[in-house]
Design a protein around this ligand. Structure first.
Ligand code: C5P
Length: 236
């Protein structure tokens, strides 16, 4: 397979309450986005890497490039501007990859806000997708999850043993995922929160492989405090 990596970094990160998009915030001296790119670049050393960035993030993105070793920075394609939703940002990235002289056969899509994806996790997901066409990492949930209505009344309680909390990176055969994104957008389905959901919507089977509880998405202020603390501890 010819892999491309797409890092979605066009969110505003408002829940983190920082005044700058959370993916540009430094954690132990290195921005979250640079950490994510470092992890992915090491795990898939042949892959080209594309970031989807916010329309006003040009200067921040340029500063982020200076955090990367030059040989890794050279593997980054010029960034593409993201869209109003995560789904739209991925679509823009996929369209841009499809216009390369040699488009990838497979794509691995990662949230910029998950800087702790290990090389073994990335490679596990990529290997499963190379075999099956679509794979995502998931971990068992510890809470009992409820589906609720707008008033907060519980509608149902799915059996916990069947539930997985799904993470990124998510990996797919390129052409079918691009086709699924185009069909979903054309059908007005615009707010799916991960790419597995887009593939599922289009009728594909997506395999869940073992995720990693350390591969957290930095979302709230306390997530950043915990990430700093983790990086300042000796190896876990
Ligand atoms: O908001 P959430 O944490 O689910 O975002 C997941 C990832 O998607 C983040 O890395 C964020 O930057 C990205 N995103 C994006 N474009 C948007 C919204 C989110 O690239 N419009």
């Amino acid at each position: 397979p010819v892999w491309a990596v797409l890092v979605v970094a066009a969110g505003r990160g408002e829940r983190a309450g920082l005044g700058l998009p959370k993916q540009y915030r430094p954690v132990a001296g290195i921005s979250v986005l640079a950490r994510s790119i470092l992890a992915l670049g090491e795990a898939l050393p042949e892959a080209q890497i594309l970031c989807a960035t916010g329309p006003e993030d040009g200067p921040r993105y340029a500063a982020m490039l200076d955090e990367l070793p030059p040989e890794l920075a050279r593997r980054l394609l010029p960034p593409v501007i993201g869209g109003p939703t995560r789904q739209a940002s991925v679509r823009n990235g996929l369209e841009s990859l499809s216009r390369l002289a040699t488009p990838p056969t497979h794509v691995l899509i990662h949230d910029a806000a998950r800087p702790f994806a290990s090389a073994s996790l990335v490679q596990r997901v990529a290997a499963a997708a190379a075999e099956t066409g679509a794979a995502v990492p998931g971990v068992p949930v510890v809470d009992t999850i409820k589906r609720v209505d707008a008033a907060g009344a519980i509608i149902e309680t799915p059996a916990r043993s069947e539930l997985r909390a799904v993470q990124t990176p998510q990996a797919f055969a390129f052409e079918p995922l691009l086709a699924a994104h185009r069909r979903a957008a054309d059908a007005g389905v615009a707010d799916l929160t991960d790419d597995a959901a887009v593939a599922e919507w289009a009728g594909s089977t997506v395999r869940v492989v073992e995720g990693d509880v350390r591969n957290v998405k930095l979302t709230r202020p306390e997530d950043f405090a915990e990430a700093e603390a983790r990086l300042s501890r000796p190896l876990e």
